[in-house]
Structure formats: structure tokens, C-alpha cells
Design a protein around this ligand. Structure first.
Ligand SMILES: *[C@@H]1O[C@H](CO)[C@@H](O)[C@H](O)[C@H]1NC(C)=O
Ligand SMILES: *[C@@H]1O[C@H](CO)[C@@H](O)[C@H](O)[C@H]1NC(C)=O
Ligand SMILES: *[C@@H]1O[C@H](CO)[C@@H](O)[C@H](O)[C@H]1NC(C)=O
Ligand SMILES: *[C@@H]1O[C@H](CO)[C@@H](O)[C@H](O)[C@H]1NC(C)=O
Ligand SMILES: *[C@@H]1O[C@H](CO)[C@@H](O)[C@H](O)[C@H]1NC(C)=O
Ligand SMILES: *[C@@H]1O[C@H](CO)[C@@H](O)[C@H](O)[C@H]1NC(C)=O
Ligand SMILES: *[C@@H]1O[C@H](CO)[C@@H](O)[C@H](O)[C@H]1NC(C)=O
Ligand SMILES: *[C@@H]1O[C@H](CO)[C@@H](O)[C@H](O)[C@H]1NC(C)=O
Ligand SMILES: *[C@@H]1O[C@H](CO)[C@@H](O)[C@H](O)[C@H]1NC(C)=O
Ligand SMILES: *[C@@H]1O[C@H](CO)[C@@H](O)[C@H](O)[C@H]1NC(C)=O
Ligand SMILES: *[C@@H]1O[C@H](CO)[C@@H](O)[C@H](O)[C@H]1NC(C)=O
Ligand SMILES: *[C@@H]1O[C@H](CO)[C@@H](O)[C@H](O)[C@H]1NC(C)=O
Length: 459
């Protein structure tokens, strides 16, 4: 009898005190149950500077469970209700860390990319490898109720000259959303964390939220939320001179939740965090849902809320103490989900312009490894196994496509015109096969030996 009673008790404690209700989105606000939710977040990626190429130091991995337990308490004491994590290793186990944060009622906003799989603004792609990596992260984290949302990209566009890379972000959002819809038994919003770029920030926001049903015949590819990494308020600024007023007015009709996915300028130190009163005050709460302070640990760039001594003791910085005071003082107004009526219509898609080299008439194709490998098997002229020694596949492809652009039509993309070849999301070797096959078809069997990479398909 005794042990039975104990069992019931621990079960109740688990589902009661430590269960977290998933975050939900309605209109442009976040909710937990019926109550509106404002992010009081902290960026959490300790040790990022120690990362080596191809290796992610995953702060939520089992090996860091003691740090997670310790840090979740420190963050809860700070008044935080969420963290943002920039890169994880989906092969590892995250149960303990996610539970440690759940124990302190802390939600996790997670970037789906890592430095190796992120959309590269200088040569943007959304391909079968990126898709497989993103969806693996979704699989690893969808099971936790405190997984609050996914970022499909972070500051991918940082200049008008690479504005076209936003097309791949919208495709990544679309495909992550449909993957969640098909494979996860609850909804988890997918959004983007944008850089604060004068001239095009509103275009980025509108491009990601615009209704492309008419232009691209594309539904459900809109971002579910938008984050801005914003460092406009330094020291004792104010709502108007900081730029916050302009940012708020620019987006006052936005239809999905907006928040600061990073904030906390450190040009004046210690940081006073006087912007907190503005961000969670009545000038801004209609438009913004709070924000995420950059960042938890002290790294060489000097944004740490905590520091560690050489013996591993945590030291709270003045920044921590100031932020704690500011967060304790806010009382943002909330609405009830049940009585909240979303208003407004999605923004118009921005038109192509000299500083906006991307149309909304079409988006990059959905990567599908099965489609790619089946199509390679059906090629009838020539296939490739790799690039010539000492040359990358993308170099070989550039040469071939420069020489015969028609041969590359099924793998080429032009975001400004909205043309995306049906095999443009396949792997590099597969793309080389499609191009060489077409090239051989045009120029005869000898052409298959181009660059020494092709093998004739025996009929
Ligand atoms: C997760 O959320 C669901 C839906 O609200 C709830 O039924 C469940 O108990 C929660 N699970 C945990 C482990 O907190
Ligand atoms: C949300 O609702 C569930 C079930 O109705 C309840 O158990 C839980 O305490 C509520 N959570 C919050 C944060 O209000
Ligand atoms: C992820 O973890 C696995 C298992 O420890 C390791 O083999 C792999 O290299 C890691 N990947 C990254 C990108 O860190
Ligand atoms: C979460 O809280 C429960 C109940 O207090 C505890 O047993 C468990 O060890 C905690 N988990 C972590 C990872 O801190
Ligand atoms: C993730 O991407 C890497 C690098 O592109 C690739 O080698 C790997 O196969 C991908 N992972 C999965 C699960 O497909
Ligand atoms: C998008 O536009 C289509 C037709 O133009 C309309 O039917 C649909 O309701 C719109 N969706 C949103 C979310 O505004
Ligand atoms: C839009 O997509 C639907 C469903 O895939 C299709 O039936 C319809 O023909 C498409 N319309 C246009 C204009 O492409
Ligand atoms: C917001 O919507 C109103 C009403 O439709 C419109 O007059 C105004 O120009 C819009 N403002 C912005 C910044 O889009
Ligand atoms: C709200 O805006 C007004 C002027 O637009 C400004 O004077 C006031 O300081 C702002 N309030 C906060 C809390 O920033
Ligand atoms: C953080 O700690 C290091 C040594 O552990 C020290 O050199 C540095 O001054 C500290 N920084 C702050 C902001 O406390
Ligand atoms: C865990 O915290 C200790 C300091 O207490 C630090 O030295 C170590 O690097 C941390 N581990 C990670 C992965 O952040
Ligand atoms: C990939 O293509 C195959 C074959 O056409 C199809 O059955 C499958 O549903 C597609 N997968 C996705 C995620 O669209």
C-alpha cells in the first residue's frame, strides 16, 4: 500500500508541478493555455568559441546535464522563461537537459541549422542534406513540451546583395512546417531570426509573412513568427532615439508574432537594460512579444550575463543584476487566447528591385532524396560519380554550366526570375549526373567524358 501511494504521488508531481504546456500561436501572439506569453529569453550557447569546424558543442547534450541543471536555476532566478539555443547535435540525447529546463518552466527556441548545414548566403541552397539534418533536429526535439519554436535560419541575409538567399529560408520554413504537420502530434511554430538591416528589413519581414497563394500558388510557407536581432538601444537611450519607435511602427500590422531574437547592446557597460521597460511596456506590447537577451556566458565578445572563474564557479555579472531588476519591474498587459481576435491581413509580397533580388512568384523546390535517386537511375546517357581530382563538384558544375547552360536547366536556379530546376535540391554528384546526361544527349557520347567524370549508361 505504501509504495503504491508513493507511486501515485510521484506521478502526480510529474504531471502537475513539472509538466509544461506547449506554447501556441494565435494571430500575432504567443499563448500558454489561455494566457498570453512574452519571451523573457536568454541566448544559451556556452563555449561556442571553442567549436571546431564540423563539430558542434551541444549545450543540451547529456554530457552537459549538470550545467543545464545549474544554469536552469540561475536563469529562473534571473526571471527568464525561455532560452535560445543556436546549434545542437541531433544524434545525442537531450532528455536530461530538456527536463532540467522544464523543471524551471523554461521554454527552448532552437535553431535547426548548425554552422555546417546552415543556408550559406554567398551560395544559398536548400538541399536534400540540409532537409535531412533539419528534420533530424525536429525529430530529436519535437517530443519535448518545452520546445517552443524552431528557427529555420539566423541572419542568412545580411546585405541587399545577398537578399536572394531569403528564398531558401522561406523554402526551409515551408518544408519544416509540413514535416511537423505530417510527423508531429502537436504544432510547433517555425520562424526566422533576421539581422537588423536598414533599407531591407521590412522587405525581409514582408517576404517571409506575405500571402503567396496568388503569385506562387503556395500556401503555408509563411513564417509562423519572426525574430529580429536588434542592438539599437545602447546605454540610457529611449524609445524614440533608439529606433525602437520606428521599428515598431514599421511592423505594426504584422500578422504573426514578432520578438527580439537577440538584444542587449554592450557599447555602454555595464549594461543597464533600460530597454526592457520599453519592450514590455504599452508602446510595444501590441506588436512585440518580448525578446531574448544576448547571451548567457561570457565569451570574448563581452555579452555574458554570467562569468566562470578558473575553478568553475559561476559569477553573476552586473549585467545579470541589472537585467534581473528590469525584468522584475515589468507588467506587460496580456490578452486571453479565448477572447483575442486576430486582425489584419498578411502583407503584400515585396517586388523585385535593385536592393531586392528575389521574386515571390515561386520558391525553391522541396528537397526529396527519393525523387533525386530515382531520377538518376532513369538517366539514359551519362552519369557522374564525383568531380575530377583536385576540383570541387561545384567548380566542375560551374564550368559545365558556363559552357552549356541548357544542359543545366534542371539543376539551375534564378531567385530573381523565380525559376528553380526540378533537381536543384539534389546532391552535388546527382546534379552533375543530370547536367552531364543532358550535355551528352546534346553533344553525343564522347561528351560524357567531359572533365573525366562521366560514365556512359549502357543501354
Ligand atoms: C505535454 O502537453 C500535453 C498537452 O497539453 C499534456 O497533455 C502533457 O501532459 C504534457 N506532457 C508533459 C510531460 O509535460
Ligand atoms: C494549463 O492547463 C492545464 C490543463 O488544463 C493545467 O494543468 C495547467 O496548470 C495550466 N498551465 C498553466 C501554465 O496555466
Ligand atoms: C554528433 O555526435 C556524434 C556522436 O558523438 C559525433 O560522431 C558527430 O561528429 C557529432 N556531430 C557534430 C556535427 O558535432
Ligand atoms: C527535475 O525535477 C525532478 C523532481 O524534482 C527531479 O527528480 C529531477 O532530477 C529534475 N531533473 C533535472 C534534470 O534536473
Ligand atoms: C547532414 O549534412 C551533412 C553534411 O552535408 C551530411 O553529410 C549528412 O549526411 C547529413 N545528415 C543527415 C542525417 O542526412
Ligand atoms: C491568401 O490569399 C488567398 C487568395 O488570394 C485567400 O483565399 C487567403 O485567405 C489568404 N490567406 C491569408 C492567411 O490571408
Ligand atoms: C495550384 O495548386 C493546385 C493544387 O496543387 C492545382 O490544382 C492548381 O492547378 C494550381 N494552380 C495554378 C494556377 O498553378
Ligand atoms: C497598416 O494598416 C493600415 C490600415 O490598413 C494602413 O493604413 C497602414 O499604412 C499600415 N501601416 C503599415 C506600416 O503597413
Ligand atoms: C512611449 O512612447 C513615448 C513617446 O512616443 C515616450 O515618451 C515614452 O517614454 C515611451 N514609453 C516607454 C516606457 O518607453
Ligand atoms: C570573467 O572572468 C575572467 C576570468 O575568469 C576575467 O578575466 C574577466 O574579467 C571576467 N569578466 C567579467 C565581465 O566579469
Ligand atoms: C560547464 O560549466 C563549466 C564551468 O562551471 C565550464 O567550464 C564548462 O565549459 C561548461 N560546459 C559547457 C559545455 O558549457
Ligand atoms: C518524396 O517523393 C516520393 C516519391 O515521389 C514521395 O512518395 C514522398 O512523399 C516525397 N516525400 C516528401 C517529404 O515529400
Amino acid at each position: 500500500m505504501m509504495s503504491f501511494g508513493k507511486f501515485i504521488l510521484s506521478l502526480l508531481m510529474f504531471s502537475g508541478a513539472f509538466a509544461m504546456q506547449p506554447l501556441s500561436v494565435k494571430g500575432r501572439k504567443f499563448f500558454v493555455n489561455d494566457t498570453q506569453f512574452y519571451l523573457k529569453g536568454v541566448a544559451y550557447q556556452p563555449n561556442v568559441e571553442a567549436e571546431k569546424t564540423n563539430f558542434v558543442i551541444d549545450p543540451l547534450a547529456e554530457a552537459n546535464k549538470d550545467n543545464c541543471t545549474r544554469d536552469a536555476k540561475i536563469l529562473s532566478d534571473l526571471g527568464a522563461n525561455s532560452i535560445r539555443v543556436y546549434a545542437v547535435n541531433a544524434s545525442l540525447n537531450h532528455d536530461k537537459c530538456m527536463q532540467a529546463f522544464s523543471n524551471q518552466s523554461i521554454y527552448v527556441f532552437l535553431d535547426l541549422a548548425n554552422p555546417k548545414t546552415a543556408i550559406d548566403r554567398s551560395s544559398p541552397t536548400w538541399n536534400i542534406y540540409q532537409y535531412a539534418n533539419y528534420t533530424k533536429v525536429i525529430d530529436a526535439f519535437a517530443k519535448y513540451n518545452n520546445t517552443a519554436g524552431f528557427f529555420a535560419g539566423n541572419e542568412v541575409v545580411n546585405n541587399a546583395s545577398n537578399s536572394a538567399s531569403i528564398a531558401y529560408v522561406r523554402a526551409a520554413i515551408r518544408d519544416s512546417k509540413s514535416y511537423i504537420k505530417a510527423n508531429v502530434n502537436r504544432s510547433i511554430p517555425v520562424g526566422y531570426a533576421g539581422a537588423d538591416i536598414p533599407y531591407i528589413r521590412t522587405k525581409i519581414a514582408n517576404y517571409l509573412a506575405c500571402n503567396a497563394t496568388k503569385s506562387a500558388n503556395d500556401t503555408d510557407s509563411e513564417a509562423d513568427f519572426l525574430g529580429y536581432n536588434i542592438y539599437e538601444w545602447c546605454g540610457k537611450s529611449d524609445y524614440v532615439t533608439s529606433g525602437y519607435k520606428d521599428r515598431t511602427e514599421e511592423l505594426k500590422n504584422y500578422t504573426v508574432p514578432l520578438f527580439f531574437s537577440e538584444f542587449g547592446c554592450n557599447l555602454v557597460r555595464p549594461r543597464l537594460f533600460t530597454e526592457v521597460a520599453a519592450l514590455y511596456g504599452s508602446n510595444m506590447t501590441d506588436v512585440w512579444s518580448g525578446g531574448i537577451v544576448y547571451e548567457y556566458t561570457q565569451e570574448t565578445n563581452g555579452y555574458g550575463l554570467i562569468n566562470t572563474t578558473s575553478s568553475g564557479e559561476v559569477v553573476l555579472t552586473d549585467d545579470y543584476k541589472n537585467l534581473k531588476k528590469q525584468w522584475a519591474a515589468i507588467k506587460p498587459t496580456t490578452v486571453k487566447k479565448s477572447s483575442y481576435k486576430p486582425s489584419g491581413t498578411a502583407p503584400a509580397c515585396p517586388a523585385v528591385a535593385s536592393n531586392w533580388e528575389v521574386t515571390s512568384k515561386a520558391f525553391p523546390v522541396t528537397p526529396n532524396a527519393t525523387v533525386c535517386s530515382n531520377a538518376v537511375k532513369k538517366l539514359t546517357h551519362c552519369t557522374a560519380k564525383g568531380s575530377p581530382d583536385g576540383e570541387t563538384i561545384s567548380d566542375t558544375l560551374s564550368e559545365l554550366c558556363y559552357y552549356d547552360s541548357d544542359a543545366c536547366s534542371s539543376i539551375s536556379s534564378n531567385p530573381e526570375q523565380g525559376t528553380y530546376g526540378k533537381y536543384s535540391a539534389c546532391s552535388g554528384v546527382q546534379q552533375l549526373s543530370f547536367a552531364l546526361d543532358a550535355y551528352t544527349s546534346d553533344h553525343g557520347n564522347d561528351a560524357c567524358s567531359w572533365g573525366g567524370v562521366g560514365t556512359l549508361v549502357k543501354n
